[in-house]
Design a protein around this ligand. Structure first.
Ligand code: ADP
Ligand code: ZN
Length: 721
């Protein structure tokens, strides 16, 4: 082959043709650098005949510049890139970028310099230097990282390097990972676990595509169960990918993994240092990394020999990416397993309706763990009707819940209060003139955070300080906080129980792996009596002494125009309820609601999952919603309101008229302004028979859009803002 067609990593360009330079050899999937005008571009040598484009005259072809020294992308991965781009109406280049996510992995130095104490003392010792030396005992990292650890400036550390008290060490970036041992510590599985594990192990041995739903109640021991097929993949020398929805859950997983396999897995997430990214990427590509645990982006890495994918808490909405390529990692993981011809396990106590539907119809193999491990009982659930048991003015906890907390405190047991709202109050207004604090960049109220004394927008990150006087009428001491966030609930608890040790657990307080690990250690050591937290603590955690879960506002998620609101509420409350009574002591769940009659709340109270799914299935069938029909959304946005509105109107004017595709809109999106962009939305509801993506592509291709207009196509959307 002398002529090659490249998929180039630039979404504005189509495929480009080149010829090989003299003596150069490439295979399909090879990553290469090619000249482009005066610059260069990274590309992937693509399969002949699969990328449409016109043939360029052979004489005009320019030679490739260089072949990048990484293994070529495998055929299953190339098919996955094509499928993802096609299904989610995204540019191939954008998907390919996710695969080559670690630019640094493609080249650059193979060693880096880190620093550590040399054992020597500086000629001139100051208090600051002494403190830095004490803090750096046993540490080795870059100067910047050491300065964060020691809490001194980089200048101070460089001074110590000059004086010989700190020495540089050359570190190989691509050094190997510790090997995991499949037989390091084999736990005794329950008969149910054994039965399920055996089928999963067989599927790994069979090396064939098979999707599983591992449907096990909270605390049933799903993790220990799926560790068995992971062990089998290790024995066969194949790689395993475990997707987790949240970095905060990773710590817990790492500990358990290490106990089972004697070494930590390889991690992949957004807060990895760039050298760690490079190390992981290359080890994954050349097959040295065995088990990779990561966030959704780990799905697109170039595994050398993948043998199994596990998606834990597979129903979680954080598997859905809402910008760039808007994919759902749960669904794409099934497609990757299909292209790789391997099993995939979707584990959940509250599966997505779509997943359950696939399992009930036999498309996925359903494996059930019906009871909690070790004889623990599922908790007792009670509703508190807030229209009867009214909390006092400016209070949010009803009497029965307060009594429950008091009883647990007296018994030395732990409680968890769940409210899915960060900060102190979701809205601040002026009592005098009614002014409401709104984000300047978004159609959203600013949320007061008292812990950091800021008013913050949860959509764009805008922050301001809380003023002393109203910016509108100038009146001082007139600002009132409306409604509760977790910080306000924590204040109420503090007032009720001054002696209780309280922890607020949200992405604000547990943002980094270290802080999450710290929190888990404290909760397990019983140094916390009452946890007040958001959905971040609703799942995955196992605190044996936690016996009471209070849901502060079960109705919260039911407001708004979200098509999956009922399902999400069910999942969230059932998951957080699942934190209670996981040890030897029985658990209790108290759910505060204004709508005890709502189907989803009643199902939660009765612990009747089947009733909920049955009712929700019928509602979806009537609405033509997934899994019976399909939704998509298109959002046109621009910094100029008129430009966005006109583009949307024109697109609306050109809409296709089809029997099996219903197009609603355009209308201002619920978030009509987001990050300074004005947004107009179409909602599309299609029958399963429709060729939805082709319809949308043809429709969008009919129109030229002004350069300032951005078009976001969301297939199977989870966000309706
Ligand atoms: P799930 O993920 O299904 O909610 P976990 O996997 O967290 O449940 O298991 C619940 C608890 O039971 C954990 O503390 C886990 O370590 C323990 N456990 C589960 N299976 C076993 C086993 N076979 N042997 C010992 N402990 C187990
Ligand atoms: Zn904002």
């Amino acid at each position: 082959m002398n002529r090659v067609r490249l998929l180039v990593l630039n979404a504005a360009l189509g495929p480009l043709d080149y010829r090989l330079a003299n003596g150069m050899q490439v295979v399909t999937g090879q990553v290469v650098i090619a000249p482009l005008g005066p610059r260069t571009v990274t590309g992937i040598v693509w399969d002949e005949g699969r990328l449409p484009g016109q043939e360029v005259d052979a004489a005009k072809l320019r030679p490739l510049r260089e072949v990048v020294d990484v293994p070529p992308l495998s055929e299953p991965l190339r098919r996955l890139i094509e499928w993802t781009a096609e299904y989610y109406c995204a540019p191939l280049a954008s998907v390919a970028r996710m695969v080559l996510s670690s630019g640094g992995a493609l080249g650059g130095p193979t060693t880096t310099t880190e620093y550590r104490l040399s054992g020597g003392t500086p000629e001139r010792m100051t208090a600051q230097r002494a403190a830095a030396i004490a803090a750096l005992e046993g540490e080795q990292a870059t100067i910047r990282e050491l300065s964060a650890i020691a809490g001194v400036s980089e200048g101070v550390l460089r001074g110590l390097v000059n004086q010989g008290a700190i020495e540089p060490v050359s570190v190989a970036i691509d050094r190997p990972y510790l090997p995991a041992d499949p037989d390091f510590h084999q736990p005794a599985l329950s008969p149910d676990q054994l039965h399920v594990a055996k089928q999963l192990v067989q599927a790994v041995e069979a090396k064939a595509f098979e999707p599983f739903l591992l449907d096990g109640v909270t605390g049933s021991g799903k993790t220990e169960t799926y560790f068995e097929p992971i062990a089998e993949a290790l024995r066969l020398g194949r790689q395993v990918l475990v997707l987790l929805p949240e970095i905060a859950l990773t710590e817990n997983f790492l500990t358990r993994f290490e106990q089972r396999f004697g070494a930590p897995p390889v991690q992949w997430h957004s807060s990895l240092k760039s050298t760690e990214r490079r190390r992981a990427w290359r080890a994954i590509a050349n097959g040295d990394a065995q088990v990779i645990v990561g966030a959704r982006s780990a799905l697109f890495l170039p595994y050398a020999d993948l043998g199994l994918i596990v998606v834990d808490e597979a129903h979680e909405i954080s598997f859905k990416q809402d910008d760039g390529v808007r994919y759902n990692a749960r669904d794409v993981s099934v497609m990757r397993a299909r292209f790789e011809a391997i099993p995939v396990i979707l584990a959940s106590a509250t599966p997505a309706l779509e997943t359950l539907h696939m399992a009930n119809s036999g498309t996925y193999t359903k494996l059930v763990l019906p009871s909690r491990f070790g004889g623990a009982q599922l908790p007792e659930v009670q509703l508190i009707d807030l229209t009867i048991d009214k909390p006092g003015a400016g209070r949010w906890l009803a009497q029965p819940l307060v009594e429950g907390l008091a009883a647990r405190l007296a018994a030395g047991e732990q409680s968890l209060l769940f409210l899915n709202r960060r900060g102190y109050a979701p809205l601040t207004l002026c009592r005098n003139c009614g002014h409401r604090f709104q984000c300047p960049n978004c159609s959203a109220w600013l949320v007061e955070h008292r812990l950091s004394s800021r008013l913050a927008c949860h959509h764009c990150g805008f922050e301001g300080s809380v003023p002393d006087a109203c910016p509108e009428c100038g009146e001082s001491d007139c600002l009132v906080a409306c409604g509760p966030g977790v910080e306000r609930i924590a204040d109420e608890v503090r007032e009720l129980f001054p002696e209780a040790r309280i922890a607020v657990a949200t992405s604000d307080t547990l943002g980094s792996p270290e802080r999450a690990a710290d929190f888990i250690a404290q909760a397990q050591a019983k140094a916390i009596d009452i946890i007040v937290g958001t959905q971040l603590v609703a799942k995955g955690f196992h605190f044996p002494e936690l016996t009471l879960v209070g849901v502060v506002d079960a109705d919260l998620g039911l407001e708004g125009g979200d098509l999956r609101a009922a399902e999400r509420t069910y999942q969230q409350v059932a998951q957080v309820a699942g934190r209670a009574g996981r040890g030897s002591k029985p658990g209790e769940v108290l759910i505060q609601t204004r709508h005890p009659e709502a189907a989803v709340i009643a199902a939660l109270a009765d612990g009747d999952r089947d009733a909920f799914y049955a009712a929700e299935t019928e509602a979806r069938r009537d609405a033509g919603a997934p899994p019976f029909g399909r939704w998509a959304s298109i959002i046109l946005s621009s910094e100029d309101d008129r430009e966005a509105r006109e583009a949307a109107n024109r697109l609306g004017h050109n809409r296709p008229h089809l029997d099996d595709v219903m197009i609603l809109g355009p209308a201002p999106a619920p978030m009509a302004l987001l990050r300074n962009r004005y947004r107009y939305r179409f909602l599309i509801n299609a029958r399963r028979s429709a060729r939805l993506q082709a319809v949308l592509r043809d429709w969008l291709a009919m129109q030229d859009f002004a350069p300032g207009v951005r078009i976001g196509v969301d297939i199977d959307p989870y966000s309706f803002v």
